[in-house]
Write a protein that binds this ligand. Structure first.
Ligand code: MRU
Length: 351
């Protein structure tokens, strides 16, 4: 699959995920404000991909200053970097990878702010390195998680934690891909993921592209699917894992975890270390994005409820650590108690 994001000829090029599965179209962005808009409007989405977009967006924002008369003025670069970074980080609040990537770019900025041309080269190199590293990280998550699946298993997943949500390969779907590559026959059941339909539009699309058998169900069918013994594991991605293991992921994930516990099915979270937020003690401290009510009252311009309807539209929920069987990272698979296991990983991924 072509990467969902790349730097090409001075522009950030992204696959427009809003159009999938009907259309595969790439958009070239030449300003950091366009990149910020693309993150906010979900042209690109999924925590690791949002982090990569942030890094490229910041590199682009600083490159935009080329030839600016202000470059010689004291404090100009500092002020500009702050403004660019703020524009990028104010887009979506829940996926911690966004803030993690911005912090990595700030480290590069601080080290190289003396010379603007050099700074721009270093920022772009850092963004590209972060992008490349994410792909390898997903492969490692896949390898680490694939042992948890047995030949013949069916995996229930939610939202899209696949190649489309990362630099490629995916986290939750990376585990599926690695198990398939190791010779196991694995099937996937994808929850459609109301209201934005990442499961139906994106997960089903990318698994079909790879020839991995996938069955689409509506979110409300999950209980029945588990009750009928149709899934042997649930694997989801994460937008932010708190220090105690509480995990924010796409709305509906918590319900799946409760159902999985009731039915005695293992519930796995697959996420890179950059999704772990050591500063946030538990799920109560994770900011949850609320999105526009039109996502619930309309589908592609067609009203599904009256416009005056009161709507609650949180984009994520928090699954308590106690409902999670294991957290699959690129470093190792973590088992409860997650607090000490997570603390032991602190500082491992800085670059
Ligand atoms: O709103 P989205 O589409 O950005 O939400 C994405 C998810 O919830 C994913 O499961 C999560 O970011 C992990 S992606 C590897």
């Amino acid at each position: 699959m072509h990467p969902v994001i790349e730097w090409k000829d001075g522009a950030v090029v992204m696959l427009d995920q809003r159009l999938l599965p009907a259309e595969t179209k790439f958009i070239a962005m030449r300003s950091h404000l366009e990149v910020a808009g693309a993150i906010r409007d979900m042209v690109i989405r999924g925590a690791p991909a949002i982090g990569i977009a942030a890094a490229y967006g910041i590199a682009l924002g600083m490159a935009e200053l080329k030839g600016s008369p202000g470059l010689d003025q004291p404090g100009f670069l500092d002020r500009s970097f702050k403004a660019v970074s703020a524009a990028i980080t104010s887009t979506r609040p829940t996926a911690v990878n966004l803030f993690w990537a911005a912090a990595r770019m700030e480290d590069v900025y601080t080290e190289h702010r003396g010379d603007h041309s050099r700074l721009c080269r270093e920022l772009l190199a850092a963004a590209e390195a972060l992008d490349r590293a994410d792909f390898e990280i997903n492969r490692a998550i896949g390898r680490n998680g694939s042992d948890l699946l047995r030949d013949g298993d069916t995996v229930l997943t939610h939202c899209n934690a696949g190649a489309l949500a990362t630099a490629g390969y995916g986290t939750a779907l990376g585990v599926v891909r690695a198990a398939v590559e190791s010779g196991k026959k694995i099937r996937v059941i994808a929850g459609e993921t109301r209201p934005y339909l990442q499961g139906a539009r994106l997960t089903v699309w990318e698994l079909q592209e790879d020839g991995i058998p996938v069955t689409l169900v509506t979110d409300s069918m999950a209980g029945l699917v588990m009750n009928k013994g149709m899934a042997q594991a649930v694997i989801v991605g994460a937008d932010r894992v708190a220090a105690n293991g509480d995990t924010a992921n796409k709305i509906g994930t918590y319900s799946l975890a409760v159902l999985a516990r009731y039915h005695g099915i293992p519930f796995y979270v697959a996420a890179p270390l950059s999704t772990i937020d050591h500063e946030t003690a538990d799920g109560a401290g994770i900011p949850i994005e609320e999105r526009d009510k039109s996502e619930v009252t309309n589908f592609r311009g067609q009203a599904t409820a009256r416009p005056q309807t009161t709507v609650y539209n949180p984009a994520f929920d928090v699954t308590p650590a106690g409902l999670i069987t294991a957290i699959i990272t690129e470093e190792k698979v973590l088992f409860p108690e997650f607090g000490p296991a997570i603390a032991a990983l602190q500082g491992l991924r800085r670059k």
